[in-house]
Design a protein around this ligand. Structure first.
Ligand SMILES: O=P(O)(O)OC[C@@H](O)[C@@H](O)c1c[nH]c2ccccc12
Length: 271
């Protein structure tokens, strides 16, 4: 089915508070005039999902998604990483998949970084951005990404529609939640991969207890997909808190700022 005539799912971005509200308003402005047409349907590859599953068999029960992250609103500049070198270093360090920031103003990311990483790395890559327009998913697919981030805090009731668009494009989706209400919404959409962000993106406050709690809640609700613990992991002891619970951890700042990305990835995961 072509989506040429499909209505843009309405988003209520003005209701998004704090730092996150500011970023998504800017992103919506960037894509205001973009073509919402997704183009032809692409078959599901499930490369991201498969990599996380394999990673958690081969390298112990927890996979690593390592993030190419040069800056953030909480830390400012982290490190002037060369995205391709960083991606290959993470791959050598045992990462199962990569996350590449493409948001330019607050995270010093770029879509070109994603293209370059996809061209160089063997492991699949996720487009990490504040998706507020279908064109952002089309770009992700065209850049060769295996997956895209969808944030329930941003997309709200439109999360399901964005999940369908990702699926039309053959992309896996990491559906991100931070509280009970968002988790319930994600579960209702039929998401196959749910990420629990320990960081409240409206205040930037991190609480490592959020992931274990919501991951348990998802499993108790009968969720059989993959669960990813996101943000704030700095030491092996931090990671231990989600061993036996999460299928994967998503780590950016502590690896990106370490100076030796391969070693930092191995050390963090105790490999
Ligand atoms: O750098 P950290 O604390 O290891 O976090 C990585 C990742 O979870 C974080 O970058 C992130 C999670 N969700 C997001 C949404 C948008 C931008 C960034 C993010």
């Amino acid at each position: 089915m072509s989506r040429a005539s499909a209505a843009l799912p309405p988003l209520n971005l003005r209701a998004v508070p704090g730092v996150l509200g500011q970023i998504v308003a800017q992103r919506a402005g960037d894509y205001e005039a973009a073509d919402p047409e997704l183009g032809p349907q692409r078959s599901a590859q499930r490369r991201f999902e498969t990599a996380l599953r394999l990673g958690s068999q081969e390298a112990g029960p927890l996979s690593l998604i390592a993030e190419v992250k040069r800056a953030s609103p909480s830390q400012g500049a982290i490190a002037p990483l060369d995205p391709v070198k960083a991606a290959l270093a993470y791959q050598d360090g045992g990462a199962s998949a990569l996350s590449v920031l493409t948001e330019p103003r607050h995270f010093d990311g770029h879509l070109d970084f994603l293209r370059a990483v996809v061209g160089a790395a063997a492991i699949p890559a996720l487009r990490k951005d504040f998706v507020v327009h279908p064109a952002m998913l089309r770009e992700a697919a065209e850049a060769g990404a295996a997956a895209a981030l969808l944030m329930v805090s941003v997309l709200g009731e439109a999360t399901g529609a964005y999940l369908e668009m990702a699926s039309h494009l053959g992309l896996d989706a990491l559906v991100e939640v931070h509280d009970d209400r968002e988790l319930d919404l994600a579960l209702a959409t039929g998401a196959r991969i749910i990420g629990v962000n320990n960081r409240d993106l409206t205040t930037l406050h991190i609480d490592l207890a959020v992931s274990p709690r919501l991951i348990r809640r998802a499993r108790d609700a009968g969720f059989e997909g993959l669960l990813v613990a996101e943000s704030g992991y700095r030491t092996p002891a931090d990671v231990t808190q989600v061993r036996g619970l999460a299928d994967a951890v998503l780590v950016g700042s502590s690896l990106a700022g370490s100076g030796d990305l391969t070693r930092a990835a191995r050390d963090l995961m105790e490999r």
